[in-house]
Structure formats: C-alpha cells, structure tokens
Write a protein that binds this ligand. Structure first.
Ligand code: JB3
Length: 207
C-alpha cells in the first residue's frame, strides 16, 4: 500500500499544511514534533523526536514536508529529511492562484488566497502565506517566509532566509537582502541590505 506524507512539525503551521496536503488529495500519516509536542495535529498522530525521521524512512515512507514557521529550523530539518532520502513535496492550496509561467522549487507552502504571478520564482522551502501576493517577475529566495496579506509588486527580489511580517508591502523593482526581518506592516520603497531588521512606513533599518 502507498504510504502517506510525513510532516515535520506539529504546531500551528503544521495544522495549516496538513490541511493543504489533504486538499491536494494526499494522505498525511504522521507528524513529527519536538519532545514536548501535542499528541495529535488536526487528527494526525504526532511522534516525538527526530529519530522518527529515519525510522519512518526505513519503514518505507518516501515523501515528507517540513511544516515549521522558523526559517532557520525549517532549513535545518529539511537538510536532515533530504539526507535520509525523502522527497520533499509541496503543499499548495487549490485556492491559491499560481501562474503557469511561475517556477516553483520543492518543500514550498502556498496558502489559500495567495497569488504568484507570471514568471516569478519561488525557491525551495519558501512559505507564501495566506492571502499574500507575489506579482510578476519576482524572485523569492530559499526558506523565505512571506507572511499573510503581504503584497509584493512586480520585479521584487527577496534573499534567502528572509521574513516579511504580516501585511508588508513592497513597491516594484525593490531588492530585499538575505536573512532580513521586515516588521509587520512595513512598506519598502528602497533596497534593504542583507541581515538587517527594518520596520515602518517607509521601512527603515533599526538593527
Ligand atoms: O503566522 C502564521 C499564519 N503562522 C505561524 C507560522 C508560520 O509559524 C504560526 O502562527 C507560528 O507562529 C509558527 O508556526 P509553527 O512553526 O508551527 O510554531 P509552533 O506552533 O510554535 O510549533 C512549533 C512546532 O515545531 C511544534 O510542534 C514543535 O514541537 C516543533 N519543533 C520544534 N523544534 C520541532 C523541533 N519538531 C521537530 N521535529 N524537530 C525540532 O527540532
């Protein structure tokens, strides 16, 4: 019998991703959480501890999805999952609108109401959260999180590992560096360098 998907994580983000995977027609057999995690996640049994990643792989599981909101931890656990030989699947809502010319990596979550427009690229392990819009020719880096209701105009780039808080807006052609944290509701009208925290309208670097 075909085995289902193994989801890494068992918190709020995992709940949403399990339901996305189900909406795509996939079965989720187990979540794997940390030691103090809950016992079930929207009806899926939760195993505790990362030793279960290897154990389930040995028992024939092949597909995994890393459903952890933290960009760094998602990247780290994805490396472990890939080392064990899993295939990283995507979790994409049927209620998201993805351009046929968009390029998507693997291990990506795209939630309901999100839009990815023409010729944009979304790299591995990125999250395009509920109702966020990524317009044409954008370049969303690896393990980025674009939080709910963000709006990116055309030709925006976001470097690897960056987090755009809820409701951020970015005008066309702007570049946001790698490992940036952009506070909720910020409006980006000029480039943001790597590794900084920026907040406000317009967004200014504070750290
Ligand atoms: O803002 C939105 C819409 N969603 C947020 C999401 C993107 O990020 C959400 O509100 C949360 O703030 C956050 O969700 P996440 O990552 O699910 O966080 P939390 O609800 O705190 O759950 C973290 C999960 O990761 C728990 O199940 C932990 O047990 C698990 N965890 C932590 N460390 C781990 C590890 N699981 C494994 N397998 N290994 C770990 O090292």
């Amino acid at each position: 019998m075909q085995k289902g998907v193994v989801v890494i994580g068992a918190g709020g983000h995992a709940k949403v991703c399990v339901e996305l995977l189900r909406a795509m027609g996939a079965e989720v057999d187990y979540c794997i959480g940390g030691d103090s995690s809950v016992r079930t996640c929207v009806g899926v049994p939760v195993l505790h501890g990362d030793e279960h990643i290897g154990r389930l792989r040995e028992s024939g599981y092949q597909s995994a999805f890393v459903a952890i909101g933290s960009n760094r931890l998602r990247e780290k656990l994805a490396a472990t999952v890939v080392e064990h030989g899993y295939c990283l699947v995507n979790a994409i809502s049927p209620l998201a609108v993805i351009s046929p010319s968009a390029r998507l990596g693997s291990g990506i979550a795209i939630m309901a109401g999100a839009i990815v427009n023409a010729e944009s690229t979304v790299a591995d392990l990125a999250i395009i959260n509920t109702g966020a819009t990524v317009d044409h020719d954008c370049n969303i880096g690896r393990a980025v999180h674009i939080a709910p209701q963000c709006g990116l105009a055309g030709n925006v780039s976001v470097g690897d590992g960056s987090f755009l808080g809820i409701g951020c807006k970015v005008i066309p052609e702007q570049s946001i560096g790698a490992n940036v944290v952009l506070g909720a509701g910020s409006v980006v009208i000029s480039p943001i360098p790597d590794g900084v925290t920026a907040v406000g309208v317009p967004a200014r670097v504070i750290r």
